[in-house]
Design a protein around this ligand. Structure first.
Ligand SMILES: C[S@@+](CC[C@H](N)C(=O)[O-])C[C@H]1O[C@@H](n2cnc3c(N)ncnc32)[C@H](O)[C@@H]1O
Length: 228
């Protein structure tokens, strides 16, 4: 039994993730770059689905005056994140506790920035809607929500090609054929990717005005939504 929804136990996540998700570090650097261009001095930033806290540590270094709030439904992931952050700057960080995005009950308009990096593709349609709406509710007017997600190619043929490319990426990083196959074919059983257009519609339906895809490669993409 795993201690979180990813394919890896929390303790091995940092070691394995770069052999699992192509361009993993780019998700973090692209997000930081985007926020810098839109709001270089956010006051409060929620990173939901923070995992082991790698992104939060990078963001804290890049945004010196920002207060960061972290949440994740896995106690084991949060524990590793907290230890990492203690070594960085615990004064700038607050843990919300062991919570999924859809469970966060802070007051409306609490944050300038919300990030959810590879955190919501474990949810099915209603869960995703609830999580995205909650992020909209929690943002201040003018705030930005950024999410990276697994995406579903538009056709069955495209899906087959996308999965094969993703599998070959993992094999090139040293995974066995069996391990890579097992990871990829959690599709529609443990992770539920939706198309880029469905992602954009999800953001529009939640209430976001400016809605964009700003990065895509393999079967992952980055989206943002601005709240008017
Ligand atoms: C692939 S990891 C990504 C972690 C981190 N954001 C990163 O960039 O490394 C996915 C994380 O999402 C968390 N997660 C799963 N379901 C979630 C939900 N409904 N809301 C928020 N986070 C969730 C998992 O516990 C896990 O830590």
């Amino acid at each position: 039994m795993n201690d979180n929804k990813t394919a890896h136990m929390a303790l091995e996540y940092d070691e394995k993730i770069r052999a699992t998700i192509p361009n993993y570090d780019l998700f973090h650097s692209e997000t930081i770059d985007l926020v810098k261009r839109i709001n270089p001095t956010p006051q409060k930033w929620l990173d939901t689905g923070c995992g082991t806290g790698t992104f939060a540590v990078d963001a804290m270094k890049a945004f010196k005056s920002t207060k960061f709030v972290l949440a994740d439904p896995s106690a084991e992931m949060m524990d590793i994140a907290m230890k990492k952050i203690d070594k960085t700057d615990s004064m700038k960080m607050e843990s919300l506790g062991i919570l999924s995005t859809e469970e966060i009950e802070l007051p409306d308009e609490s944050f300038d920035v919300i990030t959810a990096i590879q955190a919501h593709h474990y949810l099915q349609q209603e869960g995703r809607k609830a999580a995205t709406k909650n992020c909209f509710r929690l943002l201040k007017p003018g705030g930005i929500y950024i999410t990276f997600e697994n995406i579903r190619p538009l056709s069955e043929a495209g899906l087959k090609i996308g999965l094969e490319r993703w599998k070959q990426f993992q094999i090139l990083q040293g995974k066995s054929d069996e391990e890579a196959h097992k990871h990829i074919y959690r599709l529609d059983k443990e992770y539920f990717p939706i198309t880029i257009e469905e992602h954009l519609e999800l953001l529009r339906t939640a209430g976001f005005s400016t809605v964009e895809v700003f990065w895509a490669s393999y079967m992952q993409a980055g989206f943002y939504g601005m709240k008017e």
